[in-house]
Design a protein around this ligand. Structure first.
Ligand code: DOR
Ligand code: ZN
Length: 431
């Protein structure tokens, strides 16, 4: 059956397009993108998108799906549903599962589960080192062949600089990007939040901004040395933004992402020992938030990724020191990111690029475009829709969001993958 999406405002930065268009989808692909009313509805399933924005499907390049091994926190199926509800048509999943994804067997398992779930596209990220233990390199060729799109020991840094050098050299031969969880663990020590006034007042051990920045600097110098593609995950500090900006101006192949919590919250959110505001790297200061926004605006930060990190109450409803790091983000990322447009920090086209075309380019995966002939991965957004974050409504298995109760404007109205409607918001499509 052909699907006609009519009346929406199409925003596709990859074609410099921002105009009302009707979209025709045949066999999972975009078959036509034409002036409204040009195509007859007869014999086609028609969806009226009047008043809504139609974009290339959003891609989250940093998700933790927890399967295999921690299915009580999230599964590939539930994570996929959360992604679709948040407007994402694809996610890249980090390898810190149980076991760690350090072999083609695990990558194949993830891809099989994703195929069974029939949800969003899932792109496995393979471990840099065996078990992500930082001692022995994993097999990148096998992993690439099995379908891995990038390498990372996310959750942990690669502490040994020589191993990181070899990883970058090895990754380069397979043209795989290396995603750096930039953290100097000796500086983190046993810190549990950002080191500053709030940590002092709460009596919690702090993590200085330098714990991130020295690691960002090292990995950039190793990217310079090796010529490999480096991607810095979850940038949280002003200093990191500055280091990355300088490296880019020197032509080093470095890209970077931040996550919505780093531009939506500061370390003040930890007051009351709120474990849902605990993550690695930690929430920082007002000045860091301002620098992250500036870095997004000037292109230093290429992507917004969720770092969706589900944890159960067992790991979160404990003393702050003992609580697990991480927050869920798939179902709030778009609403929080749209605030950047509402504040005038990004244009809508810039925001959508950071949520679609840029992650697609960095990971070397399809998507990020509504060109005729491309797979029909489409996100429809209601920019005007006011809503209140309610974790009880989430499709994710976990509830660890610091944004419960927050008022947001704008959310996904419909998510399509391969031309199949995976999610639709009943508020928009009640008929
Ligand atoms: O807060 C975090 N949670 N940071 C990470 O790097 C890992 C993640 C997780 O897996 O829970
Ligand atoms: Zn990380």
């Amino acid at each position: 059956m052909e699907l006609l999406l009519k009346g929406g405002l199409v925003l596709d930065p990859s074609q410099d397009l921002e105009e009302r268009r009707d979209l025709l989808i045949i066999d999972g692909r975009l078959a036509a993108l034409v002036a409204p009313g040009t195509l007859p509805p007869e014999g086609r399933q028609v969806v009226d998108l009047t008043g809504l924005l139609v974009c290339p499907g959003l891609i989250d390049m940093h998700t933790h799906l927890r399967e295999p091994g921690q299915e009580y926190k999230e599964t590939i199926a539930t994570g996929s549903q959360a992604a679709a509800a948040g407007g994402f048509t694809a996610v890249a999943c980090m390898p810190n599962t149980l076991p760690v994804n350090d072999s083609a067997t695990v990558t194949r398992y993830i891809l099989e589960k994703a195929a069974q779930a029939q949800g969003v596209r899932v792109y496995p990220v393979a471990a840099i080192s065996q078990g992500s233990e930082g001692a022995i390199l994993a097999e990148y060729g096998d992993q690439k062949e099995a379908g891995a799109v990038a390498l990372s020991d996310d959750g942990k840094p690669v502490a040994n600089s020589q191993l990181m050098r070899r990883a970058l050299e090895y990754a380069r031969t397979f043209d795989l990007p290396v995603i750096s969880h930039s953290e100097d663990l000796s500086l983190t020590s046993n810190g549990v939040m950002h080191e500053g006034l709030v940590s002092l007042q709460l009596g919690l051990k702090g993590i200085p901004a330098a714990a991130e920045e020295v690691a960002v600097f090292r990995d950039i110098e190793l990217a310079r040395l090796t010529g490999a593609r480096l991607h810095i995950a979850h940038v949280s500090t002003a200093g990191s933004v500055q280091i990355i900006r300088r490296a880019k101006s020197q032509g080093i192949k470095v890209t970077a992402e931040t996550a919505p919590h780093y531009f939506s919250l500061t370390h003040e959110a930890v007051r009351g020992f709120n474990t849902n505001a605990k993550m690695s790297p930690p929430l920082r200061t007002e000045a860091d938030v301002a620098a992250i926004k500036a870095g997004l605006a000037d292109g230093t930060l290429d992507c917004i990724a969720t770092d969706h990190a589900p944890h159960s109450v067992l790991e979160k409803e404990v003393e702050f020191d003992r609580a697990a790091n991480g927050v869920i983000g798939l179902e709030t990322a778009l609403g929080l990111s749209l605030a950047l447009v509402q504040e005038g920090i990004l244009t809508l086209a810039q925001l959508i690029t950071k949520l679609s075309a840029n992650p697609a380019r960095i990971l070397g995966v399809p998507g990020g475009t509504l060109q005729v002939g491309a797979p029909a991965d489409i996100t429809v957004i209601d920019l005007q829709r006011p809503w209140i974050v309610d974790v009880q409504q989430f499709k994710s298995k976990s509830r660890n969001s610091p944004f419960h109760g927050r008022n947001l404007t704008g959310r996904a109205a419909m998510t399509l993958v391969d031309g199949k409607i995976l999610y639709r918001d009943n508020e928009n499509f009640s008929r």
